[in-house]
Design a protein around this ligand. Structure first.
Ligand SMILES: Cc1cc2nc3c(=O)[nH]c(=O)nc-3n(C[C@H](O)[C@H](O)[C@H](O)COP(=O)(O)OP(=O)(O)OC[C@H]3O[C@@H](n4cnc5c(N)ncnc54)[C@H](O)[C@@H]3O)c2cc1C
Length: 483
């Protein structure tokens, strides 16, 4: 059946999860003429792409940019009619905060892997011995590291430990909340090992992947924030008559013996804890891994259910401050902090008013927004900053921000603050993850009328989620059209 033909009768579908992947899945189904119900546990839609208010300004509470290496997100924004809001961040680059202080981050590679070891900024970061070791990358045969299981192992084998500790770990822990020794290469940098085989060195491979992005920055944002994407998607699916149920917590799913298809059981606290069933011929799971696996698990062969953990907990502390010394953007768009630094607990700081012109214009001169993230993923028990109360985290963030940006920040500077906590929204892609995903997707073939999407299947980030969700939904719609 051709992709653009509409269903002749109004078949129904239920989508569980109202993040970007669930909204996109609902949109694709509605575009084919299905009657869609979308169920979201929280009171708001968009998942990790949301908004909050700080000092009267509406800012992103989660994702704040998208990767431009592929055109998937830009195409979606165009379809949604908000492409005119696309904006580039300030081009001054970011910094690294290491044990010996702040250094401009090299801008030649991808995810901290240097693309050009002759770049002068690298000499500021690596010792002479560390740099000599890194340069061995060019002399080693391409086969060295070809079988590496983790990103850390690959970088260590080709460029040495210092590159792992001082360049790559601050980026992966800051951005993905995971140490490079815990992440599967292909899940975080698709195509890196193929590029290494082709180009002969890791530096050349990293440079070639960076060059695949359009000139300038590797990311873009939206005026008004990435939350505009969620809003536009919600508007779009409502226009397509998708029924949206927020505050409904999906707990289980059963086959419907009478009508065929699936009945989703949900907890609806606002209806006095009643179980609220909703029926659909088709079911799309668009939640985190533990939820999708729990809900579908009893219908799958137990041996095919992968063990995938929820992502680490992250706390984002946003401070609105009056501090004119920050007008000069002392640390570019922000800093990523090495986990070997003992005097700063944040893993990253985004200087939002330096990075995004629209936020600077909204705040006005002398006023700034900084966002600090906590929760490295490898911190446990009492060492976890995320276990602090909001007020404690705000005080800690003021201390860390002052240290990272090299200015004084006290309560007197504070205009407003907010803490947003994310649990399970940034799944960890451990070695073997892609294989597990493939195995799970294969096992779904046996469940008639069911599919699953989401960051744990696609890889983290809006570019990966957008591309994978649309591809999966197109394949699903085509396959079920033959029913
Ligand atoms: C703090 C943070 C910052 C990020 N920054 C960026 C960035 O700058 N750029 C970028 O490209 N990516 C970023 N990402 C990653 C990106 O936002 C995610 O990969 C993407 O939004 C995931 O979308 P999703 O729909 O798969 O998952 P989610 O957004 O997690 O949505 C899943 C939804 O399912 C719902 N749900 C769960 N269980 C149930 C249930 N039982 N019943 C009903 N609903 C349920 C959840 O409430 C949630 O709304 C960031 C992520 C986080 C957490």
């Amino acid at each position: 059946m051709a992709m653009d033909s509409r269903r002749t009768h109004r078949e129904s579908a239920v989508v569980v999860g109202g993040g970007i992947s669930g909204l996109l899945a609902a949109r694709e189904l509605a575009m084919k003429g299905l009657r869609v119900t979308l169920v979201e546990k929280r009171s708001h839609l968009g998942g990790a792409v949301g908004a909050h208010e700080v000092d009267g300004h509406v800012l992103d509470s989660g994702a704040e940019s998208f990767a431009t290496r592929t055109s998937d997100v830009a195409e979606l924004l165009t379809e949604l009619g908000i492409e005119d809001k696309i904006c580039s961040p300030y081009d001054g680059g970011s910094w690294l905060y290491l044990q010996d202080g702040a250094h401009p981050a090299p801008r030649t590679g991808i995810l901290g892997i240097p693309g050009d070891l002759s770049d002068p900024s690298i000499r500021e970061i690596l010792s002479s011995a560390g740099l000599r070791r890194a340069k061995m990358d060019k002399l080693l045969p391409a086969s060295v590291g070809a079988n590496a299981k983790t990103l850390g192992e690959l970088v260590r084998k080709r460029m040495g430990q210092q590159v792992v500790d001082r360049l790559v770990a601050p980026v992966t822990t800051g951005v993905q909340s995971t140490h490079p020794d815990e992440v599967e290469i292909e899940s975080v940098i698709p195509g890196l090992q193929a590029a290494l085989a082709q180009r002969g060195s890791l530096a050349a491979a990293s440079a070639s992947l960076r060059a695949a992005s359009p000139a300038g920055s590797q990311v873009a944002g939206l005026v008004g924030g990435m939350n505009q994407l969620s809003e536009a998607l919600v508007r779009d699916v409502l226009r397509r008559r998708v029924r949206i149920l927020t505050g409904y917590d999906a707990i289980a799913v059963d086959r419907d013996p009478d009508r065929g298809g699936w009945t989703l059981l949900q907890r609806a606290p606002q209806l006095g804890e009643r179980v609220a069933p909703v029926h659909g011929k088709y079911l799309v799971m668009a939640t985190d891994a533990p939820t999708t696996l729990r809900i579908l698990g009893s219908h799958l062969d137990a041996s095919t259910i992968p063990q995938v953990k929820a992502g680490h907990e992250i706390a984002l502390v946003t401070l609105a401050i009056e501090q004119p010394e920050l007008d000069s953007r002392p640390r570019g768009t922000g800093l990523l902090v090495s986990d070997q630094v003992a005097t700063v607990r944040a893993k990253a700081l985004t200087h939002a008013t330096a990075k995004w012109k629209w936020i600077a214009e909204e705040m006005g001169p002398g006023k700034h927004v900084v966002r600090l993230s906590y929760g490295r993923g490898n911190d446990h028990g009492p060492l976890r900053e995320v276990s602090l109360y909001d007020d404690q985290l705000i005080t800690l963030a003021m201390h860390d921000a002052g240290k990272l940006l090299g200015v004084s920040i006290t309560r007197g500077n504070l205009l407003g603050a907010d803490v947003v906590r994310w649990k399970g929204s940034l799944p960890t892609m451990r070695p073997g993850h892609r294989e597990k995903v493939q195995q799970f997707r294969n096992s779904l073939q046996d469940l008639e009328g069911v599919t699953a999407v989401g960051a744990w299947l696609s890889g983290n980030g809006l570019a990966a989620v957008t591309a994978d969700t649309r591809r999966t939904m197109h394949e699903f719609i085509d396959a079920t059209s033959a029913d």
